[in-house]
Structures are given as structure tokens and as C-alpha cells.
Write a protein that binds this ligand. Structure first.
Ligand SMILES: *Cc1c(COP(=O)(O)O)cnc(C)c1O
Length: 503
């Protein structure tokens, strides 16, 4: 199967090329030219499979230029018991919310305790294979600018993957102490991290400048190196996310929670860049029986407004919330949804994207809005409502969730109130361990936390709730700092050259 661009239907590249290249030259995102369809028999077949086998089965249909063996290797290296603390990297926890069952899909059992591991553990292997297929024995230099979570997940994913080297820049004063410590203690022979005297935008701008510097590209080429990125618009990050939706449904069939008669489920996703929920949309297009996709936003509710009115408008204040990974005003992956929902009308997509960059907004046709509303429900809540949701779930079920998942729960309750849909079994996507956001979760539970450092807050949360601390967080305290680099934003380029031994 080949991939085309959301902005130009003439483009047609292999999956290896789509993954190696990351973004299309016209600025569009790569999308599959057709979507494989799974009927009830195929889903039934997958019930008996392990998560890893399900992943291989699904990857095979999208990565047709990979051999089954290559796919198997990528999957097996990524989703190990050791890295995910169990045979199933994406387990479900059953909660009862009155009559309807809520199934928490816990996507945070990986090495960094947040859902980005689900994709970033396998992407490096897919990328490494894709590079071999498309440009021979070159080494990819992955540059990342991070505001926290993505950097650490990328470092863990690329750590010691052959044919890759990774350099992560973060704002010295713009990430949490825990996140900084996670990055500075990163292990691996091909990794490097550096703090920037500046904010996240400075780091991002610096990385972009390096990417487009032709002289630098030439220097790298002479040494069989090239720059690549691991950001969330790469198809190699989206595909692994489709797997856990289908796998969760198979697990529900296996446990007898739903029958094999094609019973529909709701899926609630705490959303930022629209990547995670878009993967659920692909799963639905592949035949997964879904009643509604519920898109949950925090106070930066640009997507809620879009789903309700058809007007996407980024001209609005930006809020810093207790669910920081959803503090986003441009949800890049939405472009793929617009492409599919207009039946592949790239002219229309171009127009919307042009309006977005020139005017900061666009409005979709009423027909497209109707299509969107027939699949998606959008809702949002502020920090206080998020905390209330965490507290009341904990009180009712003794189940602890993080702030991002708290947003999802609150919006699900809004959905029930608005639609009366109490009966449909529902999967709520849980995207981070509560221990990653211990301060806010303690706040939600109204526990006093005067002046404590991150590690004592983790211990405090554990003693109050007796929820197990994920091993990567528990072990972090013992890790040695390996990187103390700090540079000015003007010096990022020379830092890269130095790290690559090119200066
Ligand atoms: C990245 C992230 C999200 C948002 O996911 P998108 O794919 O950007 O919509 C939600 N929760 C957590 C914890 C995240 O790290």
C-alpha cells in the first residue's frame, strides 16, 4: 500500500519512504491511499492473539513494503515485558460508573510512564528499517525540541537503536524538575541532551533552523549522516496507536465484557495534537464497532469549539493547565481527518491550511461539519473540574488517575448528561501515570504538600493512596546524572556539530 499527501494527491510513496521522510515536501501529511477493512471474522481471529501478534497483523496491512520478519522484529524489540512491566503493554482496568462499564485503557506502563511510549518504543525500529530500505547505510540524527514528555520518550525509544543518534534540546527553565532529571540521567550510547537558555519556542525554532540549513546538511551527507525527526505527525507514530484500540476491543471480547455480535463501544480520548484520537478514527474506519469518539480538551478547547461550530480558531489566549501535554492551539493531525472526511479533497485541505496559517482560522463546510459531528463529540473542562473528577473517581472506585485522564473522565460525564447514552460500554484512554503529575494529583485529593520536592510528593501520593509507583519512576532517584550541557539558543548548531564530532 502506498501513501499520499493531504495536500497533493499526485504524491505516492512507499511506507518506508513516508516514515523516513516524515512529512511530505508540499507540507502535507502522509496518509494511506486506502484503509484496510476488518470484518467480524478478522476481529474474532485476533481475540486469541497476544498484543504483539495483533500489532504484527495490523502493521502488515499498512507496511506492505516490509517483510513479515522485519515487522515482527520491530514489534518484538518494542513491546517487551521488561519495558512494559507485563505481557500486555496496554491493559484494561474495569470500573463501574452506575450502569455502564468504563474500561480504563492504561497506556502508561512503558519506560517513561506516559502514552507516547506506545509509539516511540517502536518508531525507532520502523525508522531504522525504513532508512535501510530507502537510503542504505546512513545514520539518522534525530533532533528533538521538547517541553518535557516527548523528549524523554524519544530518548528511551531511540536508545541504542542501530543507525540512529538522538539529540534532545529542552528549555533549561521550562520543564518540570522531574522531567529534567529524567532526561539528564538518560542511558544509552547514542543519546545526548542539552538545556537551552530560552523557552520552548526558542528550542523549537533552533531545531527548525538546523533542519533547513543547507550547508549543515551537506556536512552531514559527507559523513553519511542525515537529520530526521520523531514528531507526532510521522506516520510511524500514528500506526502503532491504531493497534491498542483494536487490541482493547479484542480483550473486551475475550473477557466476555462485550459479545462477538459487533457491539459498539464509545472511546474517550484526552486530546492535544489530535494524534491519539485520530488513531481511534482509523480503527473505526477499519471496521471497529464504535458508537462515538469523544474528544476531551482542557481549557485550551480549540477542538471542542471546532467540533461544535465547524470554526477552527487559534486566535485565542493560551492557558497553562495541570494537563500540560494538552496545552496546544494547533492540532496538526486534524489535517489528516479533514483529508479523509472530505473524501481526499486535497484542494479543500490546502485552502483550510492556508487560512489557518494566514488568518489563524478556517471554517469547514456544513456538510463536513455534519460528518464530523456524526462521529465525534467534543467537550472540555478547566483545572478545577479535572481535579474534582480525579477526586470523585478515587472516592468511588479507589482508582487513581492522572490529570490528562481526569479531563477525559469529566468530559465523558458531560457526554452522558448531554446524550443520555448510559448503556454503551466505554473505553476511557488513560495517558499518563498519576505519579508523573504527583503535585496536581495530591492537590486534587486535597493532601497538604507544603514545599515538597518531586520525589517526596511521589512517596506522599503512594502512602495516601497505596497505588503502586511505576518502576521507572521509583528507580529514577538512584540514577546518575550523565548530561550537564547548557547552551545559548544561538549555539545549538555548534553543539550539534560538536556532539557529532564534526567540528
Ligand atoms: C501527548 C499527550 C496527550 C495528547 O495526545 P495527542 O496525541 O497529542 O492528542 C495526552 N496526554 C498525555 C499524558 C500526553 O503525553
Amino acid at each position: 500500500m502506498n501513501y499520499t499527501s493531504t495536500r497533493n494527491n499526485q504524491v505516492s510513496v512507499s511506507s518506508a519512504q513516508a516514515i523516513a521522510q516524515g512529512i511530505s515536501h508540499d507540507g502535507g501529511l502522509f496518509v494511506p491511499e486506502s484503509i484496510p477493512h476488518y470484518d467480524a471474522t478478522v476481529l474474532q481471529e485476533m481475540v486469541a492473539m497476544s498484543y504483539q501478534e495483533r500489532a504484527v497483523r495490523i502493521f502488515r496491512d499498512y507496511l506492505t513494503d516490509f517483510t513479515e520478519d522485519e515487522i515482527r522484529q520491530c514489534v518484538q524489540q518494542a513491546y517487551t515485558e521488561e519495558k512494559f512491566g507485563g505481557a500486555n503493554p496496554a491493559p484494561l482496568a474495569l470500573l463501574r460508573n452506575g450502569t455502564a462499564a468504563i474500561h480504563m485503557l492504561e497506556l502508561w506502563h512503558g519506560p517513561t510512564s506516559a502514552f507516547k511510549d506506545m509509539a516511540l518504543q517502536v518508531l525507532p525500529h520502523l525508522l531504522s528499517q525504513s532508512i535501510q530500505k530507502t537510503c542504505g547505510d546512513q545514520t539518522a540524527v534525530i533532533l528533538v525540541a521538547t517541553s518535557g514528555d516527548t523528549g524523554k520518550a524519544a530518548l528511551e525509544g531511540f536508545r541504542d537503536v542501530p543507525g540512529t543518534q538522538i539529540i534532545v534540546f529542552y528549555p533549561e527553565d521550562g520543564v518540570s524538575p522531574m522531567q529534567k532529571f529524567q532526561m539528564k540521567t538518560q542511558e544509552g550510547g547514542n543519546v545526548c541532551v542539552c538545556g537551552i537558555r530560552g523557552n520552548f519556542d526558542d528550542a523549537q525554532t533552533g531545531v527548525k533552523k538546523i533542519f533547513v540549513n543547507p550547508q549543515l546538511q551537506q556536512t552531514l551527507k559527507e559523513h553519511k549522516l542525515f537529520f530526521s525527526s520523531a514528531n507526532s505527525i510521522n506516520w510511524g507514530r500514528l500506526l502503532p496507536q491504531i493497534v491498542y484500540y483494536i487490541s482493547a476491543y479484542c480483550d473486551l471480547m475475550k473477557n466476555g465484557e462485550i459479545g462477538s455480535d459487533g457491539a459498539e463501544v464509545n472511546i474517550v480520548v484526552p486530546t492535544g495534537n489530535f494524534g491519539n484520537i485520530l488513531a481511534a478514527y482509523y480503527a473505526m474506519q477499519m471496521g471497529l464497532p464504535v458508537h462515538r469518539l469523544i474528544c476531551a480538551s482542557n481549557q485550551n478547547h480549540v477542538l471542542t469549539d471546532f467540533i461544535r461550530t465547524g470554526n477552527y480558531n487559534r486566535n485565542r489566549p493560551f492557558y497553562t493547565t495541570i494537563s500540560p501535554s494538552m496545552d496546544i492551539l494547533i492540532s496538526s493531525n486534524l489535517e489528516r481527518l479533514l483529508y479523509h472526511m472530505t473524501g481526499g479533497d486535497c484542494k479543500q485541505v490546502n485552502q483550510y491550511m492556508q487560512d489557518l496559517s494566514q488568518k489563524g482560522q478556517y471554517t469547514v463546510s456544513s456538510e463536513l461539519l455534519q460528518n464530523i459531528q456524526s462521529v465525534f463529540y467534543g467537550g472540555s473542562c478547566d483545572d478545577q473540574a479535572t481535579k474534582n473528577a480525579i477526586a470523585s473517581l478515587y472516592k468511588a472506585e479507589h482508582y487513581l488517575c492522572d490529570t490528562h485522564t481526569g479531563v477525559a473522565l469529566e468530559v465523558y460525564n458531560q457526554y452522558i448528561a448531554a446524550t443520555g447514552d448510559r448503556g454503551t460500554p466505554t473505553i476511557v484512554v488513560s495517558t499518563a501515570s498519576p505519579y508523573k503529575f504527583a503535585a496536581s494529583v495530591l492537590d486534587a485529593l486535597a493532601v497538604e504538600k507544603a514545599d515538597k520536592d518531586e520525589f517526596s510528593m511521589v512517596d506522599e501520593l503512594a502512602s495516601v493512596t497505596s497505588a503502586p509507583i511505576p518502576a521507572p519512576i521509583a528507580q529514577l532517584k538512584e540514577k546518575k546524572v550523565r548530561f550537564e550541557n547548557i547552551c545559548n539558543k544561538e549555539d545549538m548548531e555548534s553543539f550539534v556539530l560538536q556532539t557529532l564530532h564534526l567540528s
